[in-house]
Design a protein around this ligand. Structure first.
Ligand code: NAD
Ligand code: ISE
Length: 338
């Protein structure tokens, strides 16, 4: 079966995923595209012979759409995801699931009432080979119980529209998700320290930031978010356990020795760094939809947790104190006990 996918939002990542679904993932075809910028929708739809539809509601209702991909701006996600659930169609939503805890809980309630998972959230790091290898090591017990995690998330530069809160809401959200999954633990509090600011930033921005998280089992996480680091796109993660440590590998790159120096290239954006992870994420999602299976990737509950934890982190930046995340207990529908 070919899964016919409708795409809502034909911006940067929407176009990336349209190319991926067309040229890399087998068993999928993009049949419909919509964007509030009609010209952009047309430009994205034409090369793949997809139909342009007037809005998200029309796309979700279309008989030519089996599954929905939401890649529009974050504040519009909840409406599209809720419409897809109401239509009983599988929906893949890029992060964030929604920008408020209330909207995330509306999605959780709608999916629970539907009685079967339909929603997957685009936290692609869970599909990265290096993170998957780290999880195997942690789960095997080889390094003992995890105690500390050191992370860094560095982007070369960000535009003037990027705000200090986005360091948590837009950037650290990936670590929040992948660390909850990696440790199989919940983040219970957040604190943010602001070191000396880099001169290579727009004046309104607090950059870099050091985020400190604590989990329910007492693991301490330090995360440097530095979005004007200049030198490249660099993701680091090291988990220290009772009997050893496990470190995320750098992407494979040739070593060059010349003129009395030895160098390896550093990537410059998330598109290249996580290309394989995005490919795997979509291959697994499409295979599941084609087989009629419920999605197994990041759930609406994970989307809720990420939104709540990153909101607490943004609040911690503002107030300068430790902020409790106060997540609701995980319902049985999402593998919890509540
Ligand atoms: P973008 O601004 O390039 O594209 C968003 C597009 O959505 C625009 O073309 C805009 O016109 C359109 N749009 C907005 N509201 C709409 C609506 N209601 N209906 C239809 N179209 C609408 O942004 P982007 O960088 O592509 O990011 C899109 C989403 O993907 C964001 O939620 C972002 O956080 C997420 N994202 C995820 C990753 C990742 O690493 N997983 C990376 C980048 C972006
Ligand atoms: C962007 O939205 C992403 O999701 C990237 O993965 C992240 O590195 C970047 O900081 C965000 O702005």
């Amino acid at each position: 079966m070919t899964v016919r996918v409708g795409v809502i939002g034909a911006g940067w990542i929407g176009q990336e995923h349209i190319r991926r679904l067309t040229h890399t993932v087998t068993g999928a075809r993009v049949t419909a595209v919509t964007d509030i910028d009609a010209a952009r929708a047309q430009d994205a739809a034409a090369p793949v012979d997809a139909r342009v539809l007037p809005d998200g509601a029309a796309l979700i209702a279309s008989a030519e759409v089996d599954a929905v991909l939401v890649t529009s701006w974050g504040p519009t996600h909840a409406e599209h995801v809720l419409n897809a659930i109401a239509a009983g169609k599988p929906v893949f939503c890029e992060k964030p699931l929604a920008t408020t805890a209330e909207d995330c809980l509306r999605i959780v309630e709608a999916e629970t009432a539907h009685g079967r998972r339909l929603v997957q959230v685009g936290f692609m790091r869970r599909y990265d080979t290096g993170y998957r290898q780290m999880k195997k090591v942690i789960d095997s017990g080889r390094i003992g119980e995890p105690l500390i995690v050191h992370c860094a998330h560095r982007n070369p530069a960000v535009p003037e529209s990027y705000t200090s809160a986005m360091a948590a809401l837009d950037t650290a959200v990936h670590e929040v998700d992948v660390l909850r999954w990696l440790l199989d633990d919940e983040i219970v509090s957040a604190q943010v320290l602001t070191p000396r600011a880099t001169s290579r930033r727009f004046a309104h921005l607090k950059d870099p930031q050091i985020m400190l998280f604590e989990t329910a089992r007492g693991v301490r996480i330090d995360l440097e978010v530095f979005v004007n680091c200049q030198y490249g796109y660099d993701i680091q993660c090291e988990t220290v356990g009772e009997e050893g440590l496990v470190r995320l590998p750098d992407p494979a790159a040739v070593g060059v020795r010349t003129a009395a120096s030895h160098s390896t290239e550093v990537l410059t954006d998330w598109v290249g760094r996580f290309r394989d992870a995005f490919d795997t994420e979509f291959r697994e999602w499409i295979a599941g939809v084609a087989a009629g299976d419920a999605p197994t990737g990041p759930s609406a509950w994970d989307g809720y947790a990420a939104t709540v934890i990153t909101a607490a982190t943004a609040e911690a930046l503002e107030c300068g104190h430790v902020v409790a995340t106060d997540l609701k207990p995980r319902p049985a529908f999402y593998g919890g006990t509540a």
